[in-house]
Design a protein around this ligand. Sequence first.
Ligand SMILES: C[C@@](CO)(OP(=O)(O)O)[C@H](O)COP(=O)(O)OP(=O)(O)OC[C@H]1O[C@@H](n2ccc(N)nc2=O)[C@H](O)[C@@H]1O
Ligand SMILES: Nc1ncnc2c1ncn2[C@@H]1O[C@H](COP(=O)(O)OP(=O)(O)O)[C@@H](O)[C@H]1O
Length: 291
Amino acid sequence: MLPEMLAQPAADGAWLAPAKLNLMLKVVGRRADGYHLLQTVFQFIDRCDRLHFQLRADGRVQRGRGALGIDPAQDLVVRAALALKARTGCDAGVDIDVDKCLPMGGGLGGGSSNAATTLLALNQLWGLGLTQDQLAEIGLGLGADVPVFVRGQAAWAEGVGERLTPVTMPEPWYLVLTPPTAVATAAVFADPALTRNSPPVKMADFIEGDEANDCLPVVLDHYPSVAEAFHWLEQQASAQGSKARLTGTGGCVFAAFSTAQEAQQVAADAPAPWNAFVARGRNRSPLFGPA
Ligand SMILES: C[C@@](CO)(OP(=O)(O)O)[C@H](O)COP(=O)(O)OP(=O)(O)OC[C@H]1O[C@@H](n2ccc(N)nc2=O)[C@H](O)[C@@H]1O
Ligand SMILES: Nc1ncnc2c1ncn2[C@@H]1O[C@H](COP(=O)(O)OP(=O)(O)O)[C@@H](O)[C@H]1O
């Protein structure tokens, strides 16, 4: 068991909420409540939303700046803060501003990451003294991807993403392409064509090159703009010995490169409707300070 790491604000006082990539994703079964059992590998990238917390004396939780189109009451940062208050009976308050950089509904886990950063930051700022295990459990109630962001270590994940084994992997440069379409996670998991019985694999199979994402065929079928971006990247990446992959249920697609320059070259050629960015893979979440 690795020792617990401490989340910390950046030099300018902002608390980072990084994105994740699913480097592979198998759907290996379904729970009685309809949720799907997965096997996946999570790695962070150094592309982040930035959160600001200002304590209030009146016990209220309010969101100021935030993601366009997200009602403050529904924002995962507010829900995370309220979940902490409900769990601990704490009567402290906070104003939260979210400077959004990560695309939403792209499979980069920004909402889950915002929730995890809020749990970790307020645990310290409100002096609650909860353990990482307790925060991960509260986080799981907000979203399946929250626990990995709470723990801050790249991981092999099973269950719905809550059974986590930390892993150390190469940290390549990723080119991430965001097609102009949000993918509805629920619709992908509800699709009759989704393969739900992949034979379970081991981390060793992933290391040996099994990087498949079972959601890919369904997403390519229903989202033409994701298909176009994926096929374009497939061509560009294969010319450099890399492969295109889908993160989570998409619609972001990505490819790994050994240098920033290679990734940036492909990004520079990306057609206009797609937002392309280059970020470094990280086994330790940038929220926990420099590697
Ligand atoms: C697939 C993954 C892989 O990292 O990532 P994303 O592509 O969303 O980032 C996650 O497991 C996404 O988890 P989470 O973020 O909690 O999913 P939600 O958007 O809350 O899920 C929406 C709906 O999808 C279905 N769902 C989700 C996860 C899962 N393991 N099985 C499911 O069947 C459920 O119907 C759920 O109500
Ligand atoms: N602070 C937030 N940031 C992003 N999304 C949020 C936030 N609060 C609530 N959401 C909701 O969570 C959904 C999933 O967002 P996100 O985690 O960014 O994408 P994904 O699950 O595809 O990786 C969004 O479509 C949005 O409705």
